[in-house]
Ligand binder design. Structure first.
Ligand code: CP3
Length: 337
C-alpha cells in the first residue's frame, strides 16, 4: 500500500510522506517549457496528454509521495459556461454571475464537458509507479461561488459575503447546486483512478454565523454524497484562513485529513492531531527564502507533529519564484539525507 494511504489509515513513520500544493507549476523549467508552447493555461488543463505529463513532472524530479492532477478549481465555472480567462498578472477573470443566471444555472452537461479531466487521471494512472498516490481535487462550493460572484480574485470574499446577506435563500441554492456537481465530479475522479481527494476552500473573512452555512454545510453535503458511492476514499479538507474554525471542521464536514494553512500555530495543530490526521503547513515563503528560515520552519513542524501520523506539505501553494534547490533541500532534510 502507498505510504501516504497508510498514514491516512493511522500508521506512523519516522519520515512523513511529502507532497506540495501547486507542485506542478511555474517554478519548474520543464513546466515553463510546455506552457510557453501552449495556447493558454486553460487549454493545457484540457489536453490530457500534456496535463498528465505536467502532473508527473514533480514526481520524476523529487519522488514525492503523491501527484496532484494538473487542473484548476475554476474548471467547474468554466464547464458551467462562464467565460473564464486567465490573464497574465491579473489572474482569473470572468463576467460576474447575475441572480437570474444563478436561478437558471444549468448543470446537466457539465459532467460530459469534464471528460478531459477523467482522461488525464487515467493517463496518469497508467504511467505512475505503484508507490505514488494520485490526488484528485476540486474547489469547495463557497470559494467557487465567491469567484463566480466577484468575477475575479475576491478580496476576503466581499462580493459573495454581501450577496449571502442580501439573498440568503438563493445563496443556499447556489451552494447546494455547486456541492452536487462538485461531488459528482470527485466521484468520477475516483472512478478514473484517484486514490485521495482534496477539497480546496478559502474561509478567510467569513464570520461565525455564516461559517456554518457557507463553508461547513456545503462541504458536508459533498462528502455525504461521495461517501455513499466511495465510503473509504480519503478526503483532505483545506479550509484556508479558517483560523479557530479549524477546531471542529473535521467532525462537522466528515473530512479524513485536515490541511492546515501556515498561519495555524503548531501547538493548536498538535491538539488537533488527537482527533484527525494533519497535513501541512510550511509557509511557502520560507521555501523561497531558503537557509535558516527554511530549516527552522521544517524542524519546528517535524518536532511538533511527527510523533503522530502526519503528511508534510506547504501551508499554501508553492510560488513561481521558488528556487528548485530549496525544494531539494527541504525534501532531503525531511528524509534525513
Ligand atoms: O495543487 C496543484 O498543483 C493542483 C492544481 C491547482 C492549481 N490551482 C493550478 C494552477 C489547484 C488545486 C489550484 C487551486 C486554486 N486555483 C485555488 C484554491 C487554492 C489556492 O491556491 O488558494 C484558487 C483560488 C485558484 C484560482 C487560480 N488559478 C488563481 C487565483 C490563479 C492565478 C494565480 C496564479 O497562481 O497564477 C490560478 C492559475 C493557476 N492554477 C496556475 C496553476 C499551475 C498558474 C497558471 C499558469 O501557468 O499561468
Amino acid at each position: 500500500m502507498k505510504k501516504i494511504i497508510k498514514v491516512i489509515n493511522g500508521e506512523n513513520f519516522s519520515i512523513p510522506p511529502i507532497w506540495m500544493m501547486r507542485q506542478a507549476g511555474r517554478y519548474l523549467p520543464e513546466y515553463r517549457k510546455i506552457r510557453a508552447r501552449a495556447e493558454s493555461f486553460l487549454k493545457l488543463c484540457q489536453t490530457p496528454e500534456l496535463a498528465a505529463e505536467i502532473t508527473l513532472q514533480p514526481i520524476h524530479r523529487f519522488h514525492l509521495d503523491a501527484a496532484i492532477i494538473f487542473s484548476d478549481i475554476l474548471i467547474i465555472p468554466y464547464v458551467l459556461g462562464r467565460d473564464l480567462r486567465f490573464e497574465e498578472k491579473r489572474g482569473p477573470i470572468m463576467p460576474p454571475i447575475t441572480m437570474k443566471e444563478i436561478i437558471k444555472l444549468d448543470t446537466k452537461h457539465a459532467m460530459e464537458r469534464l471528460s478531459f479531466s477523467f482522461e488525464t487521471i487515467e493517463k496518469v494512472k497508467s504511467k505512475i509507479d505503484d508507490q505514488t498516490a494520485i490526488i484528485g481535487f476540486c474547489g469547495a462550493p463557497w470559494i467557487v461561488a465567491s469567484y463566480m460572484i466577484a468575477g475575479k480574485s475576491p478580496f476576503d470574499q466581499g462580493p459573495a459575503r454581501l450577496f449571502s446577506y442580501f439573498h440568503p435563500d438563493l445563496m443556499q441554492i447556489f451552494l447546494e447546486n455547486l456541492a452536487d456537481i462538485s461531488a459528482d465530479y470527485l466521484i468520477q475522479q475516483v472512478n478514473s483512478g484517484a486514490d485521495i481527494l482534496q477539497i480546496f476552500d478559502n474561509c478567510s473573512g467569513v464570520d461565525q454565523r455564516s461559517f456554518e452555512k457557507l463553508c461547513l454545510q456545503p462541504v458536508r453535503r459533498m462528502i455525504n454524497k461521495i461517501k455513499k458511492i466511495h465510503p473509504r476514499i480519503p478526503i483532505i479538507g483545506f479550509p484556508r484562513g479558517a483560523g479557530l474554525f479549524y477546531k471542529n471542521y473535521g467532525e462537522k464536514t466528515g473530512v479524513t485529513v485536515l490541511g492546515l494553512d501556515w498561519t495555524i500555530p503548531l501547538s493548536f495543530a498538535k491538539k488537533l492531531q488527537n482527533k484527525i490526521i494533519i497535513q501541512g503547513n510550511l509557509d511557502p515563503l520560507r521555501l523561497v527564502a531558503g537557509g535558516d528560515a527554511l530549516y527552522k520552519g521544517i524542524h519546528a513542524i517535524l518536532r511538533t507533529l511527527k510523533k503522530k501520523p502526519f503528511i508534510f506539505n506547504l501551508g499554501h501553494g508553492i510560488t513561481p519564484n521558488t528556487p528548485i534547490k530549496h525544494v531539494e533541500q527541504m525534501i532531503n532534510c525531511i528524509r534525513g539525507k
